[in-house]
Design a protein around this ligand. Structure first.
Ligand code: ACO
Length: 330
């Protein structure tokens, strides 16, 4: 069974409510119908009701039974504005600001998740990563004990000898442009948790990547990764992790054995932690475009799940991301 089929099966086992703020966007409308029909989640579409219904008509999609909420006319808007004001007044948000913000589909959707009216949110077919991430970071905040929100890319590679039957988890490829050593340590721990919960990788082997393996090069960038490894050991003593190491040392058993002798991770890593966002973002795209891997991004560390799409996403991408989000919410 593929990773996506497995996730869909899990999503169907307990129905979660997932809000789609881009309700008047054609791919989102079509995805909502599939999500409902396959029982992956209860989708809620946000937007002007007429605009949503028009999209449904134009795409030939029957969305009977799918809830549509217009933030401009919703009777919950006042309550959400009050709560948003309380949450953000210390940051200078006034009551007027809050009332205006909840008219925005993204803030309205985030408030639905915050208050428990929805279990998770998926957007990004129209909005940028930052458009969704900023309100999520400001309002939903991190899980208890976690300081940093980051992301994992779940890479399903054609070469099934790699990682866990071809599955590799890459982090962080979306959120933290230049994490400190402590933040990088936390990204590694969160990615291992994502590997367990979403990929069925019971024993994550976490490699902290660098252009150096075990001190082969000396540079402040290498030192940061070494410090992250030390911190991660301190924070998660039972987690199988190691570094710093090069990409090939992490994945190829012979190279791992020669460059990082005795490492419990080298040559067999299934979770790869990139030193910064440039490396991570470029790395996942190389694996996808040249390596032919299928990939799915999830955010990790938020108190409740919100996930981002690429603006070039397909209807299936939206359906799959909703399934991942529903499983995170379970
Ligand atoms: N974890 C937890 N909290 C965070 C994080 C984080 N990683 N980053 C910011 N915050 C908090 C801040 O503490 C702040 O909280 P507060 O307002 O309560 O004090 C709040 O979030 C907003 O912080 P800002 O500094 O105002 O937000 P910023 O402008 O830095 O934006 C963002 C944060 C959007 C995540 C930014 O770091 C960013 O743009 N990252 C890159 C996103 C991106 O473009 N990714 C690549 C493309 S995606 C792709 O290719 C798939």
């Amino acid at each position: 069974m593929s990773m996506v089929d497995d996730i869909k099966k899990k999503a169907q086992s307990k129905l979660m409510t997932i809000v789609l703020p881009e309700g008047d966007e054609p791919r989102t409308v079509q995805a909502a119908k599939i999500i409902k029909d396959e029982g992956l989640a209860k989708p809620v579409l946000l937007g002007n009701k007429e605009a949503v219904l028009n999209q449904a008509k134009e795409t030939g999609t029957d969305i009977t039974g799918i809830e549509i909420i217009d933030p401009l006319t919703s009777n919950k808007a006042k309550e959400y504005a009050g709560q948003l004001y309380e949450l953000r007044k210390a940051k200078g948000v006034t009551e007027e600001d809050a009332a205006k913000l909840v008219q925005d589909v993204m803030y309205y959707g985030i408030m639905m998740v915050k208050t428990g009216d929805a279990d998770g949110l998926v957007s990004g077919a129209v909005h940028t990563t930052g458009d969704m991430l900023r309100p999520a970071l400001q309002i939903i905040k991190t899980k208890p004990g976690i300081k940093v929100v980051s992301s994992s890319f779940l890479m399903d590679c054609p070469n099934k000898n790699l990682g866990h039957n071809g599955l590799l988890v890459y982090a962080d490829c979306v959120v933290m442009p230049n994490p400190t050593a402590d933040e990088l340590a936390e990204i590694g721990i969160s990615a291992a948790d994502t590997a367990k919960r979403l990929c069925g990788i019971d024993e994550p082997k976490v490699a902290f990547l660098s252009f150096s393996t075990k001190g082969s090069a000396k540079h402040e960038l290498v030192t940061k990764v070494q410090q992250a490894v030390a911190k991660a050991h301190e924070l998660a003593p039972d987690l199988c992790l190691d570094g710093e190491m090069q990409f090939d040392a992490a994945l190829v058993p012979e190279i791992g054995a020669s460059k990082a002798k005795g490492s419990p991770v080298a040559g067999h890593a299934n979770v790869l932690i990139f030193p910064d966002l440039q490396a991570g973002n470029i790395g996942y795209k190389i694996t996808q475009r040249i390596g032919g891997a299928e990939c799915f991004a999830v955010l990790q560390g938020l108190a409740k799940p919100c996930n981002d799409l690429s603006r070039g996403c397909s209807v299936d991408d939206i359906v799959n991301t909703v399934a991942f989000t529903a499983v995170q919410a379970q």
